[in-house]
Design a protein around this ligand. Structure first.
Ligand SMILES: [Zn+2]
Ligand SMILES: [Zn+2]
Length: 296
């Protein structure tokens, strides 16, 4: 579906502005031009985007150069502030919005990292009631604004180049000592639909940078569970129970695990993953994620 781009919003619109100056066309013609330039931009980008066949990360100096050039002539509109995004690495999110992504520094549960409303308690009710199998879980920021947009663009709109700058955000966190990196897996049906697992992209990059072992097929998701959002706490736990299994337990026996997720919404997923990993003989389990959803 075509989406009209506001006149000021991209320098593609430089071409449109030029047209207006030269020919003074009527508003419907201007709109049509915007759509054509927007389509041209997408076609060029699609044509020139090359992905690695195993990890689906876009890469390569040539491709970056082409994309930088394309971005110069056909910059995308930043979905956060609606201004042109000229920085290819984080496009379509502009550099200004990207730099606004900040660390959450408010009160949080010392165990699961869930943001708390006051500093009066250090552990949330959920962790007091049922202690998780992980040592602790931490997220960089809140699932909000530019960070939320970036994660959603990667997950639901296939903007895979964002996996790199998002992984860099993960690396800005205090990474606990671990032997093995395990991303939270997707069910194979979901994986087929999406074509990639965003947490696996982060895991691969983080493992490379920290010189850790990445283990992809050890923790598997058996059931394609319903979305956790909107479910009660009890239903969330029920929904995710027995959804994961450990294959090749020898790969994690006694090893400290860095479990990576994109967003911790309810915490039920990382709790269940940690539970099965621990049961299979894992050592200490630490969870890191990009963002924590503010639930109740
Ligand atoms: Zn912006
Ligand atoms: Zn907690």
């Amino acid at each position: 579906m075509h989406k009209a781009i506001p006149l000021y919003s991209a320098t593609i619109n430089f071409h449109v502005v030029l047209l207006i100056e030269l020919f003074q066309p009527s508003p419907p013609v201007v709109k049509r031009c915007q759509i054509i330039f927007s389509d041209l931009q997408n076609i060029f980008k699609l044509f020139y985007t090359v992905h690695c066949c195993c990890c689906y990360q876009s890469g390569g100096y040539g491709e970056t150069m082409i994309n930088n050039l394309l971005n110069m002539f056909f910059p995308e509109t930043c979905p956060v502030c609606m201004r042109p995004a000229l920085d290819h690495a984080t496009a379509p999110i502009c550099a200004e919005c990207w730099n606004s992504i900040c660390r959450y520094t408010g009160p949080a549960c010392q165990k699961c990292g869930k943001p708390l409303v006051s500093e009066a308690s250090t552990t949330c009710g959920g962790c007091l009631q049922d202690e998780p199998a992980f040592v602790y879980a931490r997220s960089f920021g809140l699932y909000d604004h530019a960070l939320r947009k970036a994660i959603n663009l990667l997950k639901y709109h296939n903007v895979r180049r964002l996996s790199r700058p998002l992984s860099d955000i993960l690396l800005r966190m205090n990474i606990p000592p671990a032997d093995v990196v395990i991303p939270v897996p997707l069910h194979e049906k979901r994986l087929k639909q999406r074509e990639f697992n965003q947490s696996a992209l982060f895991g691969k990059y983080v493992a490379q940078r920290l010189d850790l072992t990445l283990t992809l097929n050890c923790l598997v998701k058996l059931r394609n569970t319903a979305q956790q959002v909107g479910l009660s706490s009890q239903d969330r736990n029920k929904n995710i129970r027995k959804a994961f299994r450990v294959n090749h337990a020898e790969l994690i026996k006694g090893k400290d695990i860095l479990l990576i997720d994109d967003v911790i919404t309810t915490g039920a997923t990382v709790r269940e993953c940690s539970y099965v990993l621990k049961k299979a003989g894992a050592g200490n389990i630490y969870v890191i994620a990009l963002a924590h959803g503010v639930m109740d």
